[in-house]
Design a protein. Structure first.
Length: 125
């Protein structure tokens, strides 16, 4: 018996919820498809980096679209780091982008806005 199984068995025996006492657990699950879980994980992973999260917050706070070139100085990172962050956020569906000549402009998506609002609300401020 491995350590985890042994610890679980020991806990059940001490608490009176052993195999002879009936089921000790409730079945759990969710109704999300594997594809939906993958999308959600990709979305949350895209926000799991300080630079990407700050970029998302800056875009959400802006009064309109923001040129990629305006973000790097505010973040104190180089342009390539900003570009990689924006690409990851775009691929995760958190920002929209449009090209105007040689410049790219970014805005947050409704999904990003909803996630950020949920994060804000969860802080209880």
């Amino acid at each position: 018996m491995d350590r985890e199984t042994s610890a679980t068995t020991d806990t059940r025996e001490r608490s009176g919820t052993g195999p002879d006492d009936g089921p000790c657990c409730t079945a759990v699950g969710h109704d999300l498809s594997e594809h939906t879980v993958e999308i959600d994980v990709r979305t949350l992973s895209a926000m799991g980096n300080g630079t990407r999260y700050e970029v998302l917050r800056m875009l959400a706070a802006a009064d309109g679209s923001v040129c990629a070139c305006d973000l790097a100085p505010e973040l104190d990172v180089d342009q390539s780091t900003t570009s990689r962050a924006l690409t990851a956020l775009h691929e995760a569906g958190l920002v929209d982008r449009r090209k105007d000549g040689r410049w790219r402009y970014y805005t947050t998506t409704p999904r990003a806005e909803a996630i950020l609002a949920a994060v804000d609300a969860s802080r209880g401020e």
